[in-house]
Structure formats: structure tokens, C-alpha cells
Design a protein around this ligand. Sequence first.
Ligand code: ASP
Length: 338
Amino acid sequence: MNKLCLRSIRLDGLLLIFLLAQPVMAENPIAIAIHGGAGTIQKQDLSAEKEASIRADLEAAVKAGHALLEAGGSSTDAVLKAITMLEDSANFNAGKGAVLNQDGNVELDASIMTGDDRNAGAIAGVYGVKNPILLAHKVLTDSPHVLLSGEGAEIFARQSNIQFENADYFKTPYRIEQLKQIQDQEKAQTSLDNSYRESWFSTVGAVAIDKFGHLAAGTSTGGTANKRWGRIGDSPIIGAGTYADDRYCAVSATGHGEYFIRAAVTHDICARVAYQNLSISAAVDQVVKKDLVEMGGDGGVIAVAPDGEIAMSFNTAGMYRAAIDQQGQLTIAIYADD
Ligand code: ASP
């Protein structure tokens, strides 16, 4: 497509004015997808108020990320914005409202990867950091490392002026009751009330493509409820919970982390796009609905391709998810048939 531009030149004292047809440089499509975890989410286990509140949080986060992309912001900015908003909501297993470990503490993991340079930053087993995704991003931008854990990561956070909160900020009554139910049920060997089961996987994540054609992916979690102290899942592992490569795709995962690590889920999806020339939706379905199912791994992923295509796939009853695609179409969904 061409656009007409008014141009003028002075020639031998004469002012010549003319119209010039110039090709319009096509901008890359922008798109964003987010998740708030995948799991045994059944309609009957989620109250109408909780469902409405989760949908509102997803909508606000995906719209905020998309607004940044529209304003010319980077995919990294959009991913950070959406994830920090989900971390600040008590509805998800990340930041405030994250699950409790066996000892009743909140231990946080997060990672981010940028697709243009395939650089990455991640943190694991961290206490007290309000927005773990911002700390993971600091590891990417301000350190020569990819993954920092525990006390070392917390010292780095303080040196980087990252905001801390006390333990009470993170622990919600719902998570305290959830841990009690899980531990009581373990002792009594009875089955867990479904309303506490639904939140086992409610990690948050985001993937985006910006106007410059750059991809980014990020993931943030409290891990799995009642986990052993020191347990680290897939979310901070590059290639398992998060991966981005401008040439192929950006992916963020949620689910039973031990399986996602063993299956190198997010890298495997990008590798299938690279080596098998699969579309992003075929690649996510192969890994999530076939390979992971064969291994016994529950969960799902969100992904975006360099052409702006979005794919969201899960092998559980539901996945909290939202997207704004390259046509500006907003999707917010929870259940498989949403
Ligand atoms: N993948 C996370 C983990 O295993 C849990 C989740 O997705 O909710 O740590």
C-alpha cells in the first residue's frame, strides 16, 4: 500500500509542489495472551463472585499489557505489566495469595525471556519479594547470570531496590485453609475438598509480540501447595516454564512442574515449530495434549508466534486465560468449553 505525501522543491527560483506516492511500512501485529493457571477447575467449585473477580483481574491485566503494546511499548514491558498486576491480585498463585509450602511459608519463583536476544532472567525459592517477575527481569538486565536462588537472590533484590513485603502480605486466609485441608487430608488419607483443589495450579504468565516483531514470555508462581521447602518447579526454569525466540515462538506454562521440567515443555514447543515447521497451535497441542498426557503431567500453556498467532492449550478441566489478538479481539475464558 502507498500513501501520498506533499513535497516541494525550489528549481531556478520556481517553487514546485508535487505529490509523492510512498510505500507504507507495515507494522508488525501486536498480540498478548496471559494465564492464571490450569487445573481441576469445575464450575460447581467456583462461586459466582470468585469467578467474576478472576475474570475481572484477567481482563484488567491483558488490557493493560495490550495498551502498552499499542502505545509502542516492548513485549517485555507488556509481559511485566500483566504479570505484576496478576501478582498483586490475591486470586492467583503468584506474589500476594501464593500457595504455602509445608512449613506454611510463601516461597516464590519467576522467570522472563526476551526473544530478540534470547536473554533470560529467573529467581527461585525467594521470600518476601512483592513482584518476583520484576526481580527476574533485574537478573536479566543487571546481572551476568540467568537464575538466582534463595538468599543470594534476596540480597541481589535489596541491592536492586526491589520492593519487599512482610510474610503477612502474601498469606491469605484461603491459602492458610487450603494448606490445612491438604495436610489434614494427608494424615487422614481422605480426598481433598474440590474447592481447595482448584487452586493447586494457578501460576500466572504472559506472552506478547510488539510492533517491532519482538517476542517475550514470563511466568511467576508460588509453586505447588504443601511443597517441600526448597522445591523448585518449572516456572523459573528456562525451557520448561518459559521460553521466547523471535524466530519461532514465546511460551509460558502452568501445571505440575515436575513433569514440565522433565518434558522441557516450552523449549520443546519452540523446537517443534523450528524443526518440524509446525504451526504454533499444532506444536502446543502435540506437547500438552499428547506428550504430557502420556507422561501423566497436568497443565497447559499459552503461546504467541512471530506472525501474531496466539495458541492456548491445556489438558486439565480448565485454565484461567485471556488474550487480545492481532485483530484486537478480547478473549477471557476459564473452562474448556468457554
Ligand atoms: N508450574 C508450577 C509449579 O509446578 C505450578 C503451577 O503452574 O501452578 O511450580
